[in-house]
Design a protein around this ligand. Structure first.
Ligand SMILES: [Zn+2]
Ligand SMILES: [Zn+2]
Ligand SMILES: [Zn+2]
Length: 260
């Protein structure tokens, strides 16, 4: 299984418009963060998780060859605004719709923003086409593997957390972004996974995201292999905060590629 970190920042991105703090002015490339979205290759399938506003730029830079299906964690702008750019991946499938799995809320937002794309085949050559599907508890992807889902609190909002399990290798990858905590159910589902990615917004409390400290604690409860934090603000200087984290927990950064 291969995971490409296409963007690792919060909704404003880093640097933040109009900010001259040390992180926003930093020359460390790991302090440049586009909005959070990742791409997973599992058992020959290319699975896109969310599509941030920079999706097209990042897909070009990171060489994403195809998209077989997409998962949408929730309908917030920083996770859904890049979906129109999946149009070229529809074109590569001769206009056939890309299945998009999400919650009721995610699918409703997808229909509201992209009404012209909610169809089995692209309306006009080059247009996007999406087939909205309610994410089941277990999504069976045949020989490629399975994706388990769990509902997470995101302040007053809700998001989907995903656990990928590749058939051929047995490797497991956990993706819990935009969550204010990891529930007992989510913790159990993630237990002992090879790679764990967790929302770690900033050092200070926030009503709808975990802090760096809370994410590190959740990583230790889950007890997996390597953990990475994601969805970070300009309060995090990569070179400093990364060295303060416990063993096996690191900050992710844009362009990071992990194979498990
Ligand atoms: Zn700043
Ligand atoms: Zn959100
Ligand atoms: Zn977000």
């Amino acid at each position: 299984m291969k995971i490409r970190f296409m963007g690792t920042g919060t909704s404003q991105g880093v640097p933040m418009i109009g900010c001259d703090c040390a992180v926003c002015c930093s020359e460390d490339p790991r302090n440049t963060r586009f909005r959070t979205h990742v791409h997973v290759e599992m058992g020959g399938l290319n699975i896109q998780i969310d599509a941030a506003p920079e999706f097209r730029l990042r897909a070009l830079e990171m060489g994403i060859p195809k998209v077989d299906l997409a998962l949408l964690t929730h309908g917030h702008a920083d996770h859904i605004q890049g979906f129109d750019d999946l149009r070229q991946y529809c074109e590569l499938r001769r206009g056939e719709a890309i299945p998009v799995y999400s919650s009721e809320e995610g699918l409703r937002r997808l229909r509201e923003i992209y009404p012209y794309a909610m169809r089995d085949k692209a309306a006009i050559k080059g247009y996007p086409a999406f087939r909205g599907e309610l994410m089941p508890r277990v999504l069976d992807l045949g020989e490629a593997g399975r994706v388990y889902s769990t509902r997470q609190a995101h302040g007053r909002f809700e998001t989907l957390g995903f656990v990928f399990e590749e058939s051929v290798s047995g490797r497991r990858f956990v993706y819990y972004t935009d969550c204010s905590s990891v529930s007992a159910e989510a913790e159990e589902l993630a237990r002992g996974a090879d790679l764990v990615v967790l929302d770690g917004l900033r050092p200070m409390d926030h009503p709808s995201h975990m802090t760096v400290g809370e994410a590190a604690e959740a990583a230790s409860r889950i007890g997996g292999g390597q953990s990475y934090l994601i969805h970070m603000t300009h309060h995090i200087d990569h070179g400093i905060v990364d060295t303060e984290l416990p063993d096996g927990v690191n900050l992710s950064y844009d362009g990071l590629v992990v194979e498990v």
